[in-house]
Design a protein around this ligand. Structure first.
Ligand SMILES: [Zn+2]
Length: 621
């Protein structure tokens, strides 16, 4: 899944290459890629088959309106090619991720990418042609040919985009312009990752630390408060010096989005960003509304954090240190066993699938030299079980990541069992929910089984911080994204200064700066210049909607048992058979345009804080 980005993937903490041997474990710890292709030669053959199939697909051009049978044959051809290519791509990319320094797997990945864009370009005529055939004839074809059933949703989506699909000549120009509109994110990435002269500082321990993005993520959480302040001052001070340049880069990204939205005749930027998944605008509006109304909940968290850190003037650099330390060891075996127990509430069907999935050798568990950092699930090879890449570090976060990724894997398995290939591509809007439900259930289980208050406080603190980072912070990002796009839409100048002002206003409002809750220093308001999300097509609000839906389902299943569970599993089984908002609504009655899911999340957060305060009050009594 292209957009399957864990937050931890975005700011990867560099894992040191482990030279020690692999720990003893019951679970398979290295993936076996022979399920995909027995050998590189077989992979080669499959890639060539895709290449050879492209002219066949092109031969259907101009014939889609002739008969239902021809339409079906053309769609089937494209579907078969992309299904085969999916398998080819997964193999190449997993192989490359084992050691990013190896040139051969990298070269194979590039070959897939080139065949992939060849296939994409040579089928670009299909959507305009389907639109030209028109809805009446297409609907008649669907009614006539049962073989078109797997394609019905895709055909209707194509027709829905008719008002935003341009003439073939203009489509060609827009496709070519893609090379230019992708530049801002490339420039950002090169500048931030390679060229920016990040600072080095000396901590109170005497340790000299290099504050690039990974260094900043690590050292902003140190225990010593003066050190945290020094890290913030050095890091944001450096970025502040490049505010104008970074502003120009972000402006180009925003301009590129507004360009696409205007060329394709969308009403505004929100209309453009929501149209891919056909999401109603009220989803975004309700999220922002409830979040703003619930800022007192976030402020309660900051006051509680202040109390737990033993300070009386909480500032922005006090947000990251752990509230409670834990040296509990979560081996991969313990992570698997606890996840199985933790998600027992998802019933027998889910539990049985999970137990058999953990037995198969489709997971690359431990860090190794050159391996890709972070974690992901890869389910694009429809004809095999999904694969997972982890960098398991034996801490609680590793166990939680395991539960998350296995949630994606089980979603994929349930989808494949119930949907044909053509309807198996589920949306990010639903995908993250399936993963986070597992995390929340694991949290609840760990909490119920904690041996003492210290351990309970650790889980509660971690849970609380996840809600801040995934719900409040992402919604704040989304508000910022909308604000800066609207500035450009109305022709206002957007400079680095202006970006810092807009971001600073939001930062202060969210953190209760004016109410005396948490102080935001002006020097830190350049934070926008460091957030890679702002180059990802305006989708971060989906982190916030996903965790809200997850909080809603977790609460419903706990409260109402079987009937609620069945609805949730039906959502997972529906895969990509419809637009995501429709799936949630039709299969489970969850309406993301309403306030209920966001309120469920706030309830969860309040309840966690009640539990923490109870423990703290008992301790101080
Ligand atoms: Zn995920």
């Amino acid at each position: 899944m292209k957009r399957l980005l864990l937050l931890s993937l975005l700011f990867p903490i560099l894992t040191l290459a482990q030279e020690s041997e692999t720990p003893e474990t019951k679970a398979p710890t290295v993936w076996d890629l022979t399920d995909l292709f027995p050998s590189v030669e077989d992979w080669e053959t499959a890639l060539n088959e895709v290449s050879d199939g492209i002219p066949v697909l092109e031969s259907y051009q101009g014939k889609l309106g002739e008969s239902a049978a021809l339409l079906e044959a053309a769609l089937k051809e494209r579907s078969d090619l992309s299904r085969k290519l999916g398998r080819v791509r997964v193999y190449a990319s997993l192989k490359a991720d084992e050691d990013l320094g190896e040139p051969e797997p990298r070269a194979r990945k590039q070959r897939v990418s080139s065949v992939s864009s060849e296939l994409w370009q040579s089928s670009s005529w299909m959507s305009p042609e389907i639109i030209a055939v028109g809805p009446e004839k297409i609907e008649a074809f669907i009614a006539e040919a049962p073989g078109l059933a797997p394609f019905d949703h895709g055909l209707r989506s194509t027709l829905r985009h008719a008002p935003h699909t341009l003439t073939p000549e203009v489509e060609r120009v827009l496709a070519a312009a893609g090379k230019l509109t992708r530049q801002p994110s490339q420039i950002y990435s090169v500048f931030a990752n390679a060229d920016l002269p990040w600072p080095t500082i000396t901590l109170s321990t005497g340790e000299e630390v290099y504050l690039n993005q990974a260094g900043y993520s690590k050292y902003r959480a140190v225990d010593n408060r003066d050190d945290r302040k020094a890290v913030f001052d050095a890091f944001w001070g450096k970025l502040g010096a490049y505010q104008s340049t970074m502003g120009q880069v972000l402006l180009s990204e925003v301009e590129a989005n507004v360009f696409q939205s205007e060329m394709r005749d969308y009403d505004n930027i929100l209309d453009w960003t929501l149209s891919g998944d056909n999401l109603p605008e009220e989803v975004y509006r309700s999220l922002v509304k409830v979040t703003n109304e619930s800022l007192p909940t976030l402020h309660r968290y900051f006051k509680l954090r202040e109390r737990m850190l033993g300070i009386d003037d909480i500032r922005y650099y006090d947000v990251y240190p752990d509230l409670v330390e834990s040296d509990e060891v979560f081996t991969i075996d313990r992570s698997i066993e606890t996840t199985v127990l933790g998600v027992a509430g998802l019933g027998e069907e889910y539990g049985d699938l999970l137990k058999s999935y953990v037995q198969i050798d489709h997971t690359h568990v431990f860090p190794q030299k050159g391996k890709r950092s972070g974690a992901y699930m890869s389910g694009s090879a429809y004809d095999t079980d999904p694969y997972m890449l982890l960098n398991h570090n034996d801490d609680y976060n590793s166990m939680s990541t395991y539960a998350h990724e296995v949630g994606h894997a089980l979603h994929t398995i349930l989808t494949k069992e119930h949907q044909p290939y053509e309807k198996s591509g589920y949306s990010t809007f639903i995908a993250e929910t399936a993963a986070i439900v597992n995390e929340l259930m694991l949290q609840d289980y760990a909490l119920e089984n904690a041996k003492d208050d210290q351990e309970r406080l650790f889980y509660l603190g971690t849970a609380l911080e996840q809600l801040r980072g995934t719900f409040f912070r992402q919604t704040m990002f989304a508000e910022f994204e909308l604000a800066i796009h609207e500035e450009v839409e109305k022709g206002a100048p957007l400079t680095g200064d202006r970006l810092t002002q807009l971001y600073g206003d939001l930062l202060k409002r969210y953190h209760g700066h004016d109410e005396g809750v948490l102080t935001i220093d002006d020097a830190y308001c350049v934070e926008w210049a460091y957030i890679p999300h702002f180059y990802y097509d305006f989708y971060v609000f989906q982190y916030a909607t996903s965790i809200s839906a997850a909080a809603y389902y977790t609460e419903e299943i706990k409260k109402n048992g079987e009937p609620a569970l069945e609805k949730y599993l039906n959502v997972l089984k529906a895969g990509g058979s419809d637009d995501p908002h429709e799936i949630l609504l039709e299969e489970s009655g969850l309406d993301m345009t309403q306030e209920a899911p966001y309120r469920a999340l706030i309830r969860r957060m309040e309840s966690i804080m009640d539990q923490i305060e109870l423990i703290l009050d008992q301790e101080s009594a």
